[in-house]
Design a binder for this molecule. Structure first.
Ligand SMILES: C[S@@+](CC[C@H](N)C(=O)[O-])C[C@H]1O[C@@H](n2cnc3c(N)ncnc32)[C@H](O)[C@@H]1O
Length: 229
């Protein structure tokens, strides 16, 4: 059984897809160095240096193509958004959105979110998003799932009191898994009071391509929100 202070440093799926188009190559070479998070292995992250004058922060773990992150960042320009994603093509897509929408409040980690999470300061984040985390469907791989005792303890450390952890999944077993771990995390309350609270996507939560595909294939997601006490 995994302890709250550990994670298995293994990624699910691909970290590279098709070769990058020339525009994406340009963004990876030119824009990424300007918006990249510092290497978390080099020490604690200084949020105030990265986002001067910013008081609110949010983190997205595994942003995929970045649609949700860019949507949130565009509507909350005074919040500093940090996104982590190991999939190269996803990072390039987010960079394209950052450029197109002129977002100055986004910083990007191209890589595993977990060492970054450990390097972030405590009690500064108002929201953490983990939307459709990779399923790791085999029982012997459950301990590699992002949602874990380790993750809940990190989320409890990072969030401000009243802050929210949002998790979505279209896989019933992963939804049960998340609720089970949430129940074992005494710092969090599940905010749902009726079925519609987790069955209907809130207005401030845009649909991603991944979610649209899941819906089309008959897998409606659960939208879970846990409040930090
Ligand atoms: C099923 S996709 C969902 C993408 C996106 N959140 C969405 O809803 O459209 C899961 C994403 O998590 C990313 N991921 C997997 N392990 C990760 C890790 N350790 N840190 C950050 N992202 C991770 C994958 O590369 C992938 O893009």
């Amino acid at each position: 059984m995994m302890t709250p202070d550990a994670y298995i440093p293994q990624l699910y799926g691909r970290s590279k897809g098709h070769a990058l188009r020339s525009n994406h190559q340009r963004l990876m070479a030119g824009l990424l160095p300007r918006v990249a998070m510092p290497d978390p292995e080099k020490g604690p992250v200084d949020l105030d240096a990265l986002f001067p004058g910013t008081e609110k922060f949010a983190l997205e773990v595994g942003f995929g193509g970045g649609e949700h992150l860019a949507w949130q960042a565009a509507r909350n320009p005074k919040t500093g958004y940090i996104g982590a994603e190991p999939f190269l093509n996803g990072v390039a897509k987010l960079l394209q959105l950052i450029e197109k929408e002129g977002l100055s409040n986004v910083r990007v980690r191209h890589g595993d979110a977990r060492p970054l999470t450990e390097a972030l300061p405590s009690a500064r984040f108002s929201r953490i998003f983990v939307l459709h985390p990779d399923p790791w469907p085999k029982k012997r791989h459950y301990k590699r799932r992002m949602i874990s005792p380790w993750f809940f303890s990190q989320a409890a450390r990072l969030l401000t009191p009243g802050g929210a952890l949002r998790v979505a999944s279209d896989i019933p077993d992963y939804v049960r898994w998340t609720l089970m771990h949430a129940q074992q995390a005494p710092q969090f309350d599940w905010t749902a009071e009726r079925a519609a609270d987790w069955r209907v996507r809130p207005d401030d939560w845009p649909q991603t391509r991944y979610e649209a595909k899941a819906m089309k294939e008959g897998r409606p997601p659960a939208y879970l929100e846990f409040r930090r006490q």
